[in-house]
Design a protein around this ligand. Structure first.
Ligand SMILES: Cc1ncc(COP(=O)(O)OP(=O)(O)O)c(N)n1
Ligand SMILES: Cc1nc(C(=O)O)sc1CCOP(=O)(O)O
Ligand SMILES: [Mg+2]
Length: 476
């Protein structure tokens, strides 16, 4: 087999009918930026010289995104352009003949409408199947619809990946759940859209949610303290992760007895037991990202740093919880030293609030310019990106991201909600979720801030003190 089931997730099929003055290369690039996992160049009437030129151009582009690229119908163009393979229909070329001409290393996709066709294609050497049309489509007139039951029967009958095609849109993916289809192939719901990149991204998010024979959500580990009232710490982290589309796991650094009015007790775990939890997670379900929250001692911080470095953990978000909401320091000198020396250098991003940024940078923050200066100092000193959170002392909801010597502001909505317990935990967990899902740091921060705003705007009102936000605000 020359392609993987995950390559099928969002399969873009080009169509110059939608160019509207743009180049095909530019359109395909937008689709690739939106995350499409496979590209087919489908040209029905193009001059062969231009077809070959176009194929070579798109092949180079797809290579730069590490995305497989095939040619519709034409084995000769596939060979001459260096494409990764072809897609052939039942009336185009027998799969065995295509395999003979292309050799064993190229991808061959075959269109099928029945179990018999599917089995024959697999036996003849096909690498994947395109099954459709699943819904009515204006893009291809010479096709007929197949049922969801037929798609399911085909997926059961073969071991090669299957992609569903024909009239697919984001809102038509859920009905394909449980069929076994590995992805969706799409023309107009990508190339016919005003924002190709956003359309591709939405299709991918939806396909990730519903398709795949071996569905794998991205995974995130939180290493933090438990909050018995559920608004912050591990409990907030896990709720945030679920709401942000990832599978959350936890290693608890301490139990706390607390509610919306305050903390009445802290019971830290032993370093050995913390290491045991981290080992249990990494040795079985490797996290795609790690969020680190409250860790109360230097000893525990050293265990975390040692274990994460042993497992070469990626996408580490450090929320340097050092100062309580009431302004008192939660970490002793030893712990702050270990945090600076061991955790920050491992972080993809650290998310201090202003008092924490002051401790980490050693400067007093009174203005936006001071925030930039403090973030620059922390970033330079410890080699991580820094998201300095505006918070109540300065400009409320505007946060500063400093990375690689440059910075940008993320403007937040001002939401008049006194219930802000757990906002830091929630933001850092949402960022870790975004990074796990493959978003850039900037995109992950943007999405995380949007999620936090939604959770605050829901105006949940629980407890008699500063209550929690509504992490499940999207759930009716
Ligand atoms: C992924 C995928 N599936 C099916 C088709 C249709 O192929 P075919 O039946 O050969 O029709 P044309 O695309 O050639 O009109 C496809 N192209 N891609
Ligand atoms: C290329 C193709 N093949 C089909 C089949 O039924 O095999 S339907 C189709 C067109 C898919 O375009 P859209 O996503 O715009 O509906
Ligand atoms: Mg064809």
């Amino acid at each position: 087999m020359n392609c993987r089931p995950e390559d099928m997730l969002v399969y873009a099929v080009t169509d110059r009918a939608w160019l509207k003055g743009e180049s095909l290369k530019d359109q395909v690039e937008k689709a690739l930026k939106g995350g499409v996992t496979f590209v087919q160049l489908r040209e029905k009437n193009l001059d062969r010289r231009l077809f070959l030129e176009e194929a070579a151009t798109i092949k180079e582009l797809c290579d730069s995104f590490h995305v497989p690229f095939v040619i519709n119908d034409d084995v000769e163009i596939a060979l001459a352009s260096g494409a990764d393979g072809v897609h052939v229909g039942q009336k185009d070329m027998d799969v065995k003949e295509a395999r003979r001409r292309l050799g064993p290393g190229k991808i061959i996709g075959v269109s099928c409408k029945t179990v018999e066709q599917a089995k024959a294609a697999e036996a003849g050497g096909a690498d994947y199947l395109g099954v459709g049309a699943m819904y009515p489509t204006d893009t291809k007139s010479d096709t007929s619809q197949v049922t969801v039951e037929t798609l399911k029967a085909i997926c059961r009958a073969v071991d090669i990946p299957v992609v569903a095609i024909g009239g697919i849109r984001a809102d038509r993916i859920q009905p394909l759940k449980g069929t076994g289809a590995d992805g969706v192939a799409v023309v107009s719901a990508i190339f016919g859209q005003p924002d190709i990149e956003a359309a591709a991204r939405r299709l991918k998010e939806t396909a990730e949610m519903y398709l795949g024979r071996h569905r794998r959500r991205k995974t995130v580990l939180t290493i933090a303290g438990s909050d018995s009232s559920g608004g912050a710490g591990i409990q907030a982290d896990l709720k945030t992760m679920l709401a942000n589309g990832v599978y959350g796991m936890s290693a608890i650094t301490a139990l706390t007895a607390q509610n919306t009015t305050g903390v009445s007790g802290i019971f830290p775990v032993t370093p050995e037991f913390l290491a045991m939890q981290i080992d249990s997670v990494f040795s079985d379900i490797r996290p795609d990202a790690v969020k680190i929250g409250m860790v109360s001692s230097g000893e525990l911080i050293r265990v975390i740093a040692e274990r994460l470095s042993y497992y070469k953990a990626e996408n580490i978000v450090v929320d340097p919880v050092m100062i309580s909401t009431s302004g008192s320091r939660l970490l002793d000198e030893d712990a702050v030293g270990a945090l600076k020396e061991l955790l920050l250098p491992m972080a993809a991003v650290a998310t201090p609030n202003i008092p924490e940024a002051e401790v980490l940078s050693g400067i007093c923050i009174r203005s936006s310019e001071d925030m930039v200066r403090a973030a620059e100092i922390i970033s330079r000193e410890y080699g991580c990106a820094v998201l300095c959170k505006g918070g109540h002392r300065l400009n409320d909801a505007n946060d500063l991201l400093y990375r690689d010597g440059g910075f940008c502001w993320f403007m937040g909505r001002r939401i008049d909600n006194p219930n802000t317990h757990g906002t830091g935990c929630t933001l850092s967990s949402a960022i870790a979720s975004g990074l796990a899902r493959g978003y850039s740091l900037e995109q992950a921060v943007e999405r995380a801030k949007e999620y936090l705003s939604g959770a605050l705007e829901a105006m949940l009102d629980l407890g008699s003190g500063s209550g929690p936000m509504d992490h499940g605000f999207q759930i009716p």
